[in-house]
Design a protein around this ligand. Sequence first.
Ligand SMILES: CC(C)(COP(=O)(O)OP(=O)(O)OC[C@H]1O[C@@H](n2cnc3c(N)ncnc32)[C@H](O)[C@@H]1OP(=O)(O)O)[C@@H](O)C(=O)NCCC(=O)NCCS
Length: 284
Amino acid sequence: MIRPLLAADIAACQLLTHEAQTDLDRRIGETPTELTDEVAVRRHRRIAHLHQTDPDSAWVAEVDGAVVGVSLALVRDGMWFLSLLMVHPSHQGKGLGRDLLDAALTTATDRSWILSTVDPAALRRYQRAGFDLHPSYTARGPVDRSRIPAVQGIREGSYDDDRGLLDRVVKAVRGATMTPDIDYLAEGPVRFVVADDAAGHGFAFLRSGGVVWLGATTEDAARRLLWTSIAEAGDEVEVDWLGGNQQWATDVCLDARLGLKGGASLCLRGQPTMSPYLPSGALG
Ligand SMILES: CC(C)(COP(=O)(O)OP(=O)(O)OC[C@H]1O[C@@H](n2cnc3c(N)ncnc32)[C@H](O)[C@@H]1OP(=O)(O)O)[C@@H](O)C(=O)NCCC(=O)NCCS
């Protein structure tokens, strides 16, 4: 049975997301993310936030009274984005993923998009649902500090003072603001840096090990933000969503001597391509 997600389901959704992600990582030879308290809290907050902002796009699959699948989408300024689609490994291959996606798509707009994992079932469903698949690379590797150039004009972002800048930049790049999401981001442990000068405006949200969301009005600003993110990442860095139209980012990653691996796809149905932009897996 597919039914709307309730607040009481969030803990189960968080756990089944972990199981599905871990199973996928094993299938594709990646090291699964450990379920630390920090990871569990982050996933729980994400589901709770989107359930609050977009309850009509939040669904679960229930089998024998247990929640075994979840789909979550968000709509911002007429743009639809699929944030989560997971089915517990022991219930995959029975049509639940398709039904959960169809439920989430009931709120889809004429500007809809998805960031797909490499799971063949996911890629098949998205293509069959009318999304064009745009393959991308992930860049990964140890940070060689000798290759990082001196970067000018990047400063620490402030959730109090830079809301206008975040909204303007993200609206310019993807055609939808992040207003409903800023308080959620501000309450989390996520830092961000900004570019705000004559050469361009932009932001990069940072997490240990990489950049989780980057947008800018010019490639000059985007490059400086990405170099700053790499410099702040720690010993290892990962940069995702290097699609064909993000050559500025591929160029920076190759200059940093990171290795490229392909597989994941940006899936677009009416949403124009976005650049310079490294999207947020959770928020689009
Ligand atoms: C992707 C996922 C949600 C699909 O859920 P599911 O319940 O297994 O999906 P379904 O049973 O509805 O199958 C979906 C489609 O994929 C097809 N499929 C299943 N396994 C496949 C495979 N190995 N190769 C190609 N197609 C496959 C099915 O035939 C079905 O297509 P159809 O409806 O046209 O017949 C689930 O596998 C999952 O949680 N994967 C790990 C997490 C993930 O990658 N999520 C996607 C986030 S973007």
